[in-house]
Design a protein around this ligand. Sequence first.
Ligand code: SF4
Ligand code: SF4
Length: 297
Amino acid sequence: MKELVVISGKGGTGKTSIVASFAALAKNKVLADCDVDAADLHLVLEPDIEYTEDFSGGKQAKIITEKCNRCGRCYEVCRFEAVKRTPDQNEAENVDYRIDPVSCEGCGVCVRACSVNAIAFEPAINGQWFRSQTRCGPMVHARLGIAEENSGKLVSLVRNEARKIAEEQGLEMVIIDGSPGIGCPVIASITGADMVLVVTEPTQSGQHDLQRVVELTRHFGIKTMVCINKWDLNAKMAGKIEDQVRQEGVAMAGNVRYDNAFTQSQINKLSVVEYTDNGVADDIRKLWENVFQALNS
Ligand code: SF4
Ligand code: SF4
C-alpha cells in the first residue's frame, strides 16, 4: 500500500481541486482529508457519513465550585490567563473563579496547584472525525471545532484510519489532502509517506513557500515532485520555479493551465476531470500519470 500526500506551501494554490481530480482518476484507493483546519474536499466529493467519533486532542481544566475555597492559587499560576476572577479587583470577599475554556491550554498547572482538588481535568472534545463513502471510494475526514488546536494529532488520527481502511479492504493507495504551510499538521501528514506532491503557483510567494516545503520534505527524506498550477498566468515565473526545482534535485510532475473550470467544477460539486474534457483536464490526467508512475517506481 502506497501513501501519496498532496501539499502546498500556501493556501489557494488549487491543491484540493487537484486531489479531487486524483480521487476521480485513481483506482483502488482511500481518501484522507488531512487539511483538518480548513477541510473542503467533502464539498466536492459529498460523502455519505457511515461512522462519526468525537476527537479529543487534550484535557481541559474546570473548577468545581462546591469544592473551591477561593484561595486564588490557580489564578496566580495560570500563565495563559485562562483563570478568570470576578470581580477582577483585589476584593477578598465574594470573589469567584472560573476557567475560560477557549483560553485554557490544558497544561494542568492549576490542577497541581490546587490544594483541595477543586479542579477537574477531563478530556476536551476538540472536534469530530468521520468514515464515509463517496462516489470516488471510501474517505476519512474530520472537523475541528472553532478556535480548536491539536490539529497535528487529528491529522495523525485521520491518516491512521485511512490506512486501516486500505489494509482491511486491500486497497493499493491512500491519497491524502495535506494542510498548507510547514507547521505541525503538515509534518503529521507527510512523515513516513511514500511520496509528496507539492502544488504551487507562479508567484513570488509561491516560489518562496515551495522552497520551504521542499526543505521540509528533504529533511524527512520523502520522494517529492512539484506541480505548478495556473502556470500560464506567469510563464516567466513558472520557468524560474522549474529551474529552481531542478537545481534542488526535485522532479517536476507536470504543470496545469489556468482554467475557469476549477471554479465551475467546485460550484457544480465535481472534480475538474469530471466536469470537463478540455485541455485543463488533459493537464491533470498527465500529471496523475506521472505521479502514479513515480509513486510505484
Ligand atoms: S486553587 Fe483551587 S481552591 Fe484555590 S481558587 Fe483555584 S480552584 Fe479554588
Ligand atoms: S490547565 Fe493550564 S491553561 Fe488551563 S486553566 Fe489550568 S493553568 Fe491555565
